[in-house]
Design a protein around this ligand. Structure first.
Ligand SMILES: Cc1ncc(COP(=O)(O)O)c(C=O)c1O
Ligand SMILES: [Zn+2]
Length: 386
């Protein structure tokens, strides 16, 4: 294993690897550090080609010591699809969609959970718990089943039906709450000690972000080691954004890419846009969102523990943050679907109206390479289309 230690994303503290940890004692997320020189001895751009077609192809820069603890349902290595017809409509020559909807359990949440539950198994966890807007719950339920561990899931009671049913059918203990994901998180925080649950909330343990970072590795590999100019990413807790940024740094340290970075663009829904508001206000913490609402349930995250990390990345990358309305993002599902044959989740579809706003404002050049992240499948949101 190439992990050297864990470090805090905010203060100077470091922690030994191989311990079961949630947040730093200062309350901020912990991140994983690797001996990248050692990793790069066997993990090279050239050796990748013959490897397994899942995120585990990047084994040297992932946690998990013992191969027997690796849980896989085929997560990762999703296609990067050239959106020719949609691109032509918008006057863009290099528009791509990274289609995360074909992951196990139908969303990119499979990446984070595959790695986090593999690590939880390795570190001896007995029971798992998560608050979820829907897709993280489905992914936890599936990987907990694969690990043979019980999972306890707390979701808002208006979570899409498909998410609730898939959790039940993959053996999770599901509790529906009259409230938001943040209320679900509070219940877990209150009960976890007594119940013996390990909390796998976004960024409240260090390994989901390690799974999500593989989106950054894949983008580089699929674009022949030229990162795109712009990445649009539908942001709730922000794990993918934070993970990809970490992946870019790791790849640079291994000599795979240079120092140029994509402009990272956070897309949120108008009914819940704490990062967009904070970005515009120039602050370092997410804004307060009273009454958070949007049909894009994965974007209904009024307070993200990693808000300050996201805001830093958006600013450092020269990117931005914008919000779209529910009407715009729902209309975009059909527009993407009929142009490209991809039935996108409302969260992923939100990237299209956001891109149109960037184009209208002259913020992207038509020749630039642009990647929209479709983070899940629309098939889980049937209520949103009726
Ligand atoms: C389909 C989908 N897209 C985007 C998000 C937001 O992801 P993150 O919390 O990593 O920002 C979620 C989270 O639930 C989701 O389910
Ligand atoms: Zn700290």
């Amino acid at each position: 294993m190439n992990i050297t230690h864990l470090y805090c994303s905010s203060c100077e503290r470091t922690y030994d690897a191989g311990r079961l940890l949630n947040l730093c004692v200062c309350g901020k997320p912990l991140m994983v550090a690797y001996d990248l020189e050692r990793a790069a001895r066997t993990l090279t751009r050239e050796t990748l080609s013959g490897r397994v077609a899942s995120l585990w192809r990047y084994r040297e820069v992932l946690p998990v010591e013992d191969d027997r603890n690796v849980l896989s349902l085929g997560e990762g290595m999703t296609p990067l699809i050239k959106a020719e017809r949609l691109g032509a409509k918008l006057g863009l020559s290099n528009l791509f969609i990274k289609d995360e909807g074909i992951n196990p359990t139908g969303s990119f949440k499979a990446r984070g959970m595959a790695v986090a539950i593999s690590m939880a198994k390795e570190l001896g966890v007995q029971k798992l718990a998560v608050p979820s807007a829907g897709n993280a719950a489905g992914a936890l339920a599936a990987y907990a089943a694969k690990a043979g561990l019980p999972s306890f899931i707390f979701m808002p009671n208006d979570t899409p039906r498909a998410n609730i049913i898939e959790c039940q059918q993959t053996g999770a203990h599901v509790t529906l709450i009259d409230g938001l994901i943040t209320d679900c998180g509070k219940i877990i925080a209150e009960r976890k000690e007594k119940e013996g649950w390990f909390d796998v909330s976004t960024l409240k343990e260090p390994y989901r972000v390690e799974g999500k970072k593989t989106m950054g590795y894949e983008l580089a590999e699929q674009l022949n080691w030229q990162l795109p100019h712009v990445i649009l990413y539908p942001t709730g807790g922000g794990t993918g954004l934070i993970g990809m940024w970490k992946a870019f740094d790791e790849m640079e340290q291994m000599g795979w890419i240079g120092s140029r970075r994509p402009r990272m663009v956070t897309v949120q829904a108008e009914g819940c846009a704490p990062i967009v508001k904070a970005f515009a206000a120039g602050t370092t913490a997410g804004a307060d969102v009273p009454n958070a609402h949007t049909v894009a349930s994965g974007l209904r995250v009024p307070k993200a523990v990693g808000d300050f990390i996201m805001l830093d990345i958006l600013r450092k990358s020269g990117g931005t943050a914008l919000a779209v309305t529910d009407e715009e993002l729902i209309a975009a599902v059909r527009e993407i679907g009929s142009a490209e044959g991809i039935f996108a989740a409302p969260e992923g579809a939100a990237c299209l109206p956001a891109l149109k706003k960037l184009l209208a404002g002259g913020k992207v050049d038509p020749g630039e390479s642009i990647v929209l992240f479709n983070t899940g499948t629309g098939a889980k949101y049937l209520e949103a289309f009726s």
